[in-house]
Design a protein around this ligand. Structure first.
Ligand code: GFB
Length: 317
């Protein structure tokens, strides 16, 4: 890919978008275009059209989305389906109208059925019902990847969709009501250690399994896809192995140095039992994740302490 290409990273302040910008800049891409929400509201179709008409964008990385953990997804399904549908419809259609040739759309492994054979291959999409705690978000993300497929078929665009597993890393959301499990447990373990608490509460039974990918690995996979001219289709992005929520909690406690007891809150939902991705579509063409979970959590914990350490207890719960 041309290092002078004008690359619009939509959602550059989020965890995924900021990782993409870091990687693009490190790799010498000189024309990374970003807009804050105040400068460009991606839910405003006319504003998005004007932006694309005037900016001569070559490549779009569509990382802007309404995201959250199991509680946020289950309690605000209307916001999750609406905001994601409108952002992806506006951006993908405006990009096509402005003759943007290449676009990468980011989804999530929750697009696959709840009771999927494991590991999950891309072709298992739409083979049986979704997990109810996040079906609204999943439907929006499925619509986004279908938009890419449909536009490629009808208009000859080169829009690809990446489906990462559960992500973590710098710039994650640590609000306990809306965060995912890894940042939530990192914060809880930190606060428990600082306050000398005897216990740490983990939602659910601790038995569901999840796979975790450091967001810098997702950024690396994205650049791999662009630089290897993969111009169509759906690609899972993960590490190829998972662990139970209990094992994750134990690993986080080890990194943070919290030695108290884990308590499981059965009133909170478990969500889908397992969603391990089959990542062979990308590994067969030469990409694989390189950041191990414990090392990734340790690096993320350092970022967390730098950004929130002294104020963690005062952050919104
Ligand atoms: O990461 P998480 O919120 O979302 O939760 P999903 C994963 C598992 O961790 C669930 C448990 O079984 C939770 O009950 N868990 C334990 C906790 N303690 C906590 C905690 O303190 N906070 C949270 N948040 N969970 C989301 C989807 O599903 O994953 C989205 O809702 C998206 O649509 C995203 O796909 C990647 O992995 O269940």
């Amino acid at each position: 890919m041309n290092k002078q290409a004008r690359i619009f990273v939509a959602g550059h302040r989020g965890m995924v978008g900021s990782a993409l910008v870091r990687r693009l800049v490190a790799d010498g891409y000189g024309n990374v275009v970003t807009r804050t929400r105040a400068e460009l509201d991606l839910t405003d179709q006319a504003a998005v059209n004007r932006f694309f008409e005037s900016e001569q964008i070559d490549v779009v990385l569509l990382a802007a989305a309404r995201v959250g953990g199991i509680f946020a997804n289950a309690s605000q399904p209307g916001e999750f389906i609406y905001e994601n549908l409108v952002i992806e419809t506006n951006v993908i259609h405006a990009a096509y109208r402005a003759r943007v040739e290449r676009l990468v759309f980011f989804g999530s492994s929750c697009i696959y059925p709840k009771q999927c054979p494991q590991p999950i291959r891309e072709e298992y999409l739409l083979t049986s019902p979704l997990e109810p705690t996040n079906d609204a978000y999943a439907i929006a993300k499925i619509a986004g990847l279908k938009l890419c497929e449909a536009y490629n078929r009808e208009y000859g665009t080169q829009y690809v969709a990446l489906m990462p597993t559960n992500l973590y890393g710098p710039n994650d959301n640590y609000d306990l009501n809306s965060s995912h499990v890894l940042p939530a447990l990192l914060r809880k373990a930190h606060e428990a250690r600082m306050s000398g608490a005897a216990t740490l509460t983990v939602w659910g039974s601790g038995t569901p399994c999840r796979e975790f990918l450091h967001v810098d690995d997702l950024a690396a996979a994205t650049l791999f896809v662009l630089e290897h001219n993969l111009t169509d289709g759906l690609f899972n992005v993960g590490v190829g192995e998972d662990l139970s929520i209990r094992e994750l909690a134990e690993c986080i406690c080890k990194v943070v140095g919290f030695e108290g007891e884990l308590v499981f809150d059965a009133s909170k939902p478990d969500g889908t039992p397992r969603k391990l991705l089959d990542v062979s579509r990308l590994t067969q063409i030469g990409w694989r994740a390189t950041i191990g979970l414990e090392a990734g959590i340790a690096a993320t914990y350092q970022d967390f302490v730098k950004a929130h350490g002294s104020t963690a207890a005062a952050m919104p719960a």
